[in-house]
Design a protein around this ligand. Sequence first.
Ligand code: 5GP
Length: 348
Amino acid sequence: MAHIDPTPKLDFDDVLIRPKRSTLSSRAEVDITRSYQFPHNNHIWTGIPIVASNMDTVATFEMATVLQEHQMLTCIHKHYNMDDWKTQASKLLPDHVAVTIGSSKQDFELLKNISQVRPITFICLDIANGYSEHFLDAVKRVRQAFGNSILIAGNVVTREMTEALIIAGADIVKVGIGSGSACITRRVAGVGMPQLSAIIECSDAAHGLGGHVMSDGGCRNPGDVAKALAAGADFVMLGGMLAGHDESGGEIIERNGKKYREYYGMSSHTAMQRHSGGKSDYRASEGKRVELPYRGAVKDTLQEIMGGVRSACTYVGARRLKDLPKCTTFFMVNRQTNDVYSRFDAGN
Ligand code: 5GP
């Protein structure tokens, strides 16, 4: 017999942050850097916990160059080869880039080879289904081989698997299934968890063990980033919000005098065609490809995101980003915004 969990599971759209009396008079007074210690190594990381997603349309070396200027992190996508790392990554700071791998032998070899030419602080072990037994083995293997690295592993959306990953050797658990803007897993497989509740549940589990969570997917605007951080995410990973820029990947398309840049899911037909010569018969595509209006330099988008997070902190009286979750009460709502003039939007 199937079971039903009757407790409501919420997404970013289901809540708003309740404003509170605050002694802060300006957003400039808010400190949005965080310092973290980790359960499996002795690093102390300080930075702004915004992360570029390990997708080839997002996490390029060019993206990492700009994000590190803002003390943010880029999980470099796994489709660069050794030559690319040798020739293009020399100016990237180990504390602001993660090397991404899947569970394959080739990826592990590449990781080892990269570690011969540069120090590796962060490793991102990314598997679409973080619930498979072999994933825990992969986490243990990487932990054993790279004892002092900060290991990010995912994706999962529930308490028990968050705990299992941290016990197996992960420092940061990546949280999110089905929430991504280029993802169709919920449509194809019917699997997933609304992102805000996933963050609340997994962060509680991770923090109990001295670990951290990285909310991954579903942020469409700076308000969603603020909600993710307020819900307990230690890091927020972004795909679509950082796609479509000068520094992103993906083809640039010119049509009717307008410029677009493609963004596609890593398990879309497009990605599988580009990186593995097509899709195996037993797999369904679980990602889509979109063409986004070209958005120029990513630094302007980063400023908007940081401005939004600072503003949220000011509204609830959190002088430091660290204080945001404990200063936050969420209202459950059934309408987010007043869209009466959305057809006449002229920018801002
Ligand atoms: P976004 O920030 O665009 O909402 O979500 C980005 C996240 O979507 C990625 O970091 C990754 O976790 C997820 N994602 C990327 N490609 C795919 C895909 O093809 N299928 C699925 N199910 N998720 C994807």
